[in-house]
Design a protein around this ligand. Structure first.
Ligand SMILES: [Zn+2]
Length: 313
């Protein structure tokens, strides 16, 4: 059977090769431009964040109470104790009058900044505050403050919708892992799983006054992950469900690694500053840390005699 393809037009092959080369060139060029623009975007976001961080730090220095040994000796003592244990580097601590129970930290260069909202002092005792301060110092020590600025900028790179959701979800996933790490730092700072869990419970239920309230609040938190909607919503949030944080801490408190690191950190403070005692007994026993007797309840004024009444909302 006679077969021929010799009738192909002279330029068809040449144009085919040119077309393929052109497509490849456009792909390389556009991805290079996208890569460079994304890099420029990340650098620009980082610089913008650094400027905003600096101005926020300056406004805190003007308007907030700076925690120091002169004005707030007890709180400064707790901060110093946590700092000795966790060695986060230089941290400026401020007390801000706000309604929420919250604390946060930020900074890309030294000193980093730790902000405590005054209601924390009303609802938490010294041990629980050590957990909160230790948690925030853990973010500093592990580099989360500056990493958050960079990774947040990378996750915010303009991208098609599906990719943007993917980037955002991944960023939040990393945020939640950072919270688990910072909780471990908080536990190491206060040195007692009961105190750590008590502080976490009070973030959700600040009004608890006695052991019964506490156990009721813990049971409500325990039911959080029963709802599928809560578990789905968690994927887009910066913090894990409280019950997951509590369970993760309980598991960590049982490890030999925790005991080893705690012993090392405790050697930093020695006997110079009194250790803290839990006020509520968490109904969970760990192999190495039996529950201790709760301390008598103190009023905020008794607990924080140096705080002026206007700072006790
Ligand atoms: Zn945190």
């Amino acid at each position: 059977m006679y077969r021929s393809r010799a009738y192909r037009y002279d330029n068809e092959g040449v144009v085919l090769v040119l077309t393929v080369l052109l497509v490849l060139a456009v792909i390389v060029l556009t991805s290079t431009v996208t890569f460079c623009l994304s890099g420029a975007f990340i650098v620009a976001m980082f610089l913008l964040s650094a400027i905003l961080i600096r101005s926020h730090h300056q406004s805190l220095m003007r308007s907030a109470h700076r925690v120091d040994h002169h004005r707030t000796p007890e709180l400064a003592g707790l901060v110093a104790r946590c700092g000795l244990k966790l060695q986060p580097g230089q941290v400026d601590v401020f007390l801000v009058n706000q309604k929420q129970i919250n604390a946060y930290t930020f900074g890309v260069s030294s000193p980093k900044v730790l902000v405590l909202f005054t209601p924390l002092l009303k609802v938490m005792d010294a041990g629980e505050l050590s957990f909160i301060i230790g948690h925030e110092m853990g973010h500093v020590a592990l580099g989360h403050t500056w990493l958050n600025t960079i990774i947040g900028g990378m996750a915010g790179v303009p991208a098609p919708f599906g990719a943007a959701v993917l980037l955002y979800t991944a960023f939040r996933w990393w945020n939640r892992m950072c919270e688990f790490s910072a909780d471990r730092a908080g536990l190491l700072a206060c040195g007692d799983i009961h105190i750590a869990v008590s502080a976490l419970v009070k973030l959700a239920a600040p009004e608890i006054r006695n052991q019964r309230d506490f156990e009721r609040a813990l049971a409500a938190i325990d039911a959080e992950d029963d709802l599928a909607s809560n578990r789905v919503a968690e994927a887009f949030q910066s913090h894990p469900l409280l019950i997951r944080r509590i369970d993760a801490l309980r598991a960590y408190a049982r490890t030999a690694e925790y005991q080893r690191i705690l012993a090392g950190m405790n050697s930093n403070v020695g006997g110079r500053i009194a250790s803290v005692q839990p006020r509520f007994t968490v109904p969970v026993q760990t192999d190495s840390m039996p529950a201790r007797e709760p301390e008598p309840e103190l009023s905020p004024e008794e607990r924080w005699p140096w705080l002026k009444p206007k700072d006790l909302p």
